[in-house]
Design a protein around this ligand. Structure first.
Ligand code: KIV
Length: 260
């Protein structure tokens, strides 16, 4: 049985930290499931780490449906959340269309949308229609052209707007909110004021849970991880070493071994 949204919310109540991880394909989802990751996020970060774009903006709904479907098929126990990509939820009709494809075609259990007050009516409508929605505030990568990659809500006005947005998303029925790149004290305050879980990335240790990007924590992307990530393994280096060994052995004709 998959992790339920109620189970995630109960973890907040029990003060049990919630670990989310991104995943983008079948094999990785199987590994994450075996490791016991309770929630997998098929993030539109796949635009960068899988598809090689500079931002998440070029990611299409077809991209998301394909990758989310693979993750849903690869996992049996995790709650699978899929991002709705850039401009696919600009209107209620678009959001319903995108959420339907993600839930019916890809098989995710919930979707994630970026933004505050502007998307509250859309979140409300999706929730009314039975779509579980996770919010995403702070640094919202789909707005990177407007806001740049930097810590958000650093001044009092920005902090108040973020708190208001978080409360409005909760009132609209969001079951949790990702807080990305905001001051740690603000994340702590939002976490204390909400009854739904906050999931931090670059938002400090006081959120109800944390989310990390698969490639960042496994050493698969870029020369050094973002400041908010920790490399728990250097799998990229291990793959490179393995490939060199393969090349050497084929070159030396020691692989495949002579027929016995
Ligand atoms: O796209 C993504 O991977 C995300 C996480 C970083 C929260 O939105």
């Amino acid at each position: 049985m998959r992790t339920s949204i109620q189970a995630i919310q109960a973890m907040k109540a029990a003060k049990a930290p919630i670990a989310l991880l991104t995943a983008y394909d079948f094999t990785s989802a199987q590994i994450a499931d075996r490791a016991g990751v309770p929630v997998l996020l098929v993030g539109d970060s796949l635009g960068m780490v899988v598809l090689g774009h500079d931002t998440t903006l070029p990611v299409t709904l077809d991209d998301m449906v394909r990758h989310a479907g693979a993750v849903a098929r690869g996992s049996a126990s995790a709650l699978v959340i899929g991002d709705l990509p850039f401009l696919t939820y600009a209107s209620e009709a678009d959001a319903v269309f995108a959420a339907r494809r993600m839930m019916q075609e890809a098989g995710v259990q919930a979707v994630k949308l970026e933004g505050g007050a502007a998307i509250v009516p859309i979140v409300k409508r999706l929730v009314e229609l039975g779509v579980p929605v996770m919010g995403h505030l702070g640094y919202t990568p789909q707005s990177t052209m407007q806001i740049g990659i930097r810590v958000q809500a650093k001044d009092d006005a920005g902090a108040q707007t973020l708190i208001d947005d978080a409360l409005a998303l909760e009132a609209a029925g969001a079951f949790g909110i990702v807080l990305e790149l905001i001051p740690h004290a603000l994340a702590a305050e939002v976490t204390a004021r909400l009854t739904i879980p906050t999931i931090g990335i670059g938002a400090g240790p006081d959120c109800d849970g944390q989310v990390q990007v698969w490639h960042d924590i496994l050493g698969l992307y870029g020369d050094k991880p973002p400041r908010h990530a920790k490399r728990f393994a250097e799998i990229g280096q291990q793959i490179e070493n393995a490939l060199k060994s393969y090349l050497e052995e084929v070159g030396a004709k020691s692989f495949p071994p002579a027929k016995r």
